[in-house]
Design a protein around this ligand. Structure first.
Ligand SMILES: [Mn+2]
Length: 355
């Protein structure tokens, strides 16, 4: 269990802080790191000396879209031999820190700020929120501390929330998530530009990669499972980077009747990155956990060392077992949009607006 008060106190009393993102960084981990650094720097109590805050992210390549978040931020420069405090953001387990895992644990104090249900509580202080994104967790911390939250920080928070929820269509979206979005809308942030940047900004390489992935689409278990595959060669052929594979699996789960979508990406010889999506109460994090991975109920992933032939049977077995727990459930059946008469009443209170 974590202590929020102690975490905030440790941040206040540490002069040398290192913030760590996860490998294969997404927008949430990058935006959380930058937002946290800015929040600390912009809210130092009067008379306090400036703190050294370094950001570390283990990544060979970061997509152009996510790269915009850290474009003007120095990363991976160790200004202190030893840090007073290390903070991991959006890392469900310590191996997600990649080559910086050792540096993280070398700090006097460690904090883990995250929102993954499968978080392994690897730090001294684990602040794991049940929410849309780590950015939402950072925002909650800032509000509790009564921090001044700048417009640029709001841009970052908003970016983390919309990207981790696929524009508010998946994941742990709570009343607080919507409240946070409402507060962001009231701020000076360009929502239209941010939506375009993250959701209508794919390069041609990603489009060609999607084309390739869709060409491998297969339906299994009476069309309740959609499976797609990609290989490193496919990435090379499309001139795409690994980041470009993000979101492709969503095209599987968007299909009517599909409850589990799988994208298996062959990285190097016998290494697979398997991305999972679920819907209708299916818990894909439980499936990912069986293979050493994790994530959220509807969004999860794992890494597999072995051939696809070895993986296929146990993976499909795990998927079928999960599907069997939820026979013939369909959340959309319970939808009620009201009848025409009720809908019209909303408009007919005032004679002027009577339609
Ligand atoms: Mn996240």
């Amino acid at each position: 269990m974590g202590s929020l008060a102690k975490g905030l106190d440790d941040i206040l009393h540490s002069d040398k802080i290192a913030i760590f993102c996860h490998t294969m960084p997404d927008a949430d981990t990058l935006a959380s790191a930058v937002a946290l650094k800015k929040l600390i720097k912009q809210n130092l109590p009067e008379g306090t000396a400036q703190k050294q805050i370094d950001i570390f992210v283990d990544a060979d390549e970061i997509s152009e879209i996510n790269g915009a978040i850290i474009k003007n931020v120095e990363t991976n420069v160790q200004h202190c031999e030893k840090y007073d405090l290390a903070i991991a953001v959006d890392c469900a387990s310590s191996n997600r820190l990649g080559k910086y895992e050792e540096l993280f644990f070398s700090a006097d104090k460690t904090i883990n700020i995250d929102h993954h249900a499968t978080n392994t509580q690897y730090a001294q202080n684990n602040l794991v929120l049940k929410g849309s994104s780590t950015c939402e967790a950072i925002y909650i911390l800032a509000k509790i501390k009564n921090y001044n939250i700048s417009d640029e920080v709001c841009n970052l928070i908003y970016s983390g929330i919309i990207t981790d929820t696929n524009n508010l269509t998946q994941g742990n979206i709570t009343a607080n998530t919507h409240k946070t979005i409402t507060e962001m809308v009231a701020r000076k942030i360009n929502i239209e530009a941010l939506n375009e940047h993250f959701f209508k900004n794919n390069n041609k390489s990603k489009a060609f990669l999607l084309q390739k992935a869709l060409s491998t689409l297969k339906f299994l278990s009476y069309d309740r499972i959609a499976l797609m595959k990609l290989s490193k060669q496919d990435l090379a052929n499309a001139d795409a980077c690994f980041e470009d594979t993000m979101g492709i699996v969503n095209h599987g789960i968007e299909i009517k009747g599909v409850e589990i979508a799988i994208l298996a990406i062959k990285q190097e010889d016998n290494t697979y990155y398997v991305s999972l999506r679920g819907k209708n109460n299916i818990n894909v994090a439980d499936i990912a956990k069986q293979f050493g991975g994790g994530g959220h109920d509807q969004v999860a992933a794992f890494q597999y060392n072995g051939t696809i032939a070895d993986l296929q049977q146990p993976l499909l077995k795990a998927c079928r077992e999960e599907l069997n727990k939820h026979p013939n459930e369909n959340l959309t059946d319970s939808l009620f949009f009201g009848d025409d008469e009720d809908d019209l009443k909303v408009f007919s209170n005032d004679e002027e607006t009577n339609i």
